[in-house]
Design a protein. Structure first.
Length: 69
């Protein structure tokens, strides 16, 4: 088992606020997913302390939580 920590994902699935407007973030959700699948094993623990979603409400953040699940 390994321990990983990542924050500031700013996932856009529950809000229409794409990060690619800031430059360097093109296709970041696809890159995050592909690398996560390659590196993180089912027995690993991932700590995500904050800034998971761009949304301002819990209900709107559900698609973002589903993405990281």
């Amino acid at each position: 088992m390994r321990l990983f920590a990542i924050s500031d994902l700013h996932l856009p699935f529950g809000a229409n606020k794409p990060m690619d407007i800031f430059g360097g973030w093109d296709n970041y959700t696809e890159r995050l997913y592909e690398n996560w699948q390659k590196i993180v094993a089912p027995e690993d623990t991932v700590v995500i302390p904050g800034d998971i979603s761009w949304t301002l409400s819990l209900n709107d953040a559900i698609p973002d939580f589903e993405y990281i699940h």
